[in-house]
Design a protein around this ligand. Structure first.
Ligand code: MG
Length: 315
């Protein structure tokens, strides 16, 4: 049976909001609750989630994120002129610092569609410039979120080799290179193929593109950021991939169809459990793409933070 002290301790866990609004404040005044030190959860946001709304007031918007409970961000929208959301990277960093947000990563794609031997130098030049810009503000990760067309096993292998070249360039500037998936990476290709094959079984001797990228990249230079929603759209299980590639997946996109936990498609508890078990994932980012269930992107992003702050399985 709980004694009074235990009751109050438990009450403080479940009703911090209640205490603040005074609903059970009178109980607290009779016997002060000793706050137990509780580490703040490190919750990150991919700022693409706010692509329609952030520009109206970047400093104010970033401060809102900190109030919602976010402490890290992953950028999106970098252009080779060194700007993002219309401001320079150092200006954006200053605004993030002022809000108490740490920039951990940045999403960016080389300005080419196909990856070929002919445009390899252009791709390398892009990564060199991007590395210089991001190293100047101390960003630890650069992540490519766009998939070059991949029609065959050979093309997938070549793209993996280009990722390794990109990783060598970023690493020379002190930055880790990562690749982020959507659903297309879980289609299958065959040797000499002319296009990805969609469907569970594919064809004899077909391979999943993501698996070829994994095998064709040098782990010393390339990590993977697993988008746990898009892999499901590609017909694969995020927990299965976390188990199969425990050392290669070092970042996560925590994403649902819309607000986290509301579609019922994802088992976030199992995903977080496996991620902690792997032990190499230091950073993960909420991503909100659809938000029809909330009037604004900011409200959707806040609802995602609320879900994770409440979730006992998130450390
Ligand atoms: Mg994503």
């Amino acid at each position: 049976m709980s004694n009074r002290r235990e009751f109050l301790r438990n009450a403080s866990i479940f009703t911090v909001g209640g205490l603040l609004t005074g609903r059970i404040g009178h109980a607290a005044t009779k016997q002060p609750i000793v706050a137990e030190p509780q580490a703040k959860k490190k919750i990150g946001l991919q700022i693409y989630s706010l692509f329609r709304e952030l520009d109206a007031d970047i400093p104010g918007g970033l401060k809102k994120l900190a109030q919602y409970g976010y402490s890290t961000i992953e950028l999106a929208g970098y252009a080779p002129d060194g700007k993002l959301h219309g401001v320079t990277l150092p200006e954006f960093k200053k605004m993030s610092d002022d809000a108490g947000l740490k920039i951990v990563s940045s999403h960016l794609n080389p300005p080419v569609r196909e990856y070929t031997k002919e445009n390899l130098q252009q791709i390398k030049d892009f990564w060199k410039t991007a590395t210089d810009h991001h190293a100047a503000i101390g960003v630890p990760y650069l992540v490519q979120p766009g998939q070059p067309p991949t029609r065959s096993i050979e093309e997938a292998q070549f793209i993996g080799e280009v990722f390794t070249e990109a990783g060598k360039i970023t690493k020379a500037g002190g930055i880790s290179f990562g690749y982020h998936n959507h659903d297309g990476e879980f289609a299958r290709v065959i040797a000499g193929g002319e296009g990805p094959l969609v469907g569970r079984r594919g064809a004899p001797n077909s391979q999943i593109i993501w698996d070829i990228y994994e095998k064709s990249t040098d782990p010393a230079y390339v990590l993977f950021e697993l988008d746990v929603y898009w892999i499901i759209m590609g017909g694969q299980d995020p927990v299965d991939y976390l188990k199969r590639y425990p050392q290669r997946i070092k970042l996560l996109h925590i994403k649902d169809k819309e607000v986290l936990g509301e579609s019922g498609i994802l088992n976030f508890e199992n995903i977080f459990k496996q991620a902690y078990k792997n032990g190499v994932i230091q950073d993960w980012f909420v991503e909100l793409e659809g938000q029809k269930s909330r009037p604004t992107q900011f409200e959707g992003v806040k609802a995602c933070a609320d879900y994770l702050l409440k979730a006992s399985f998130v450390k």
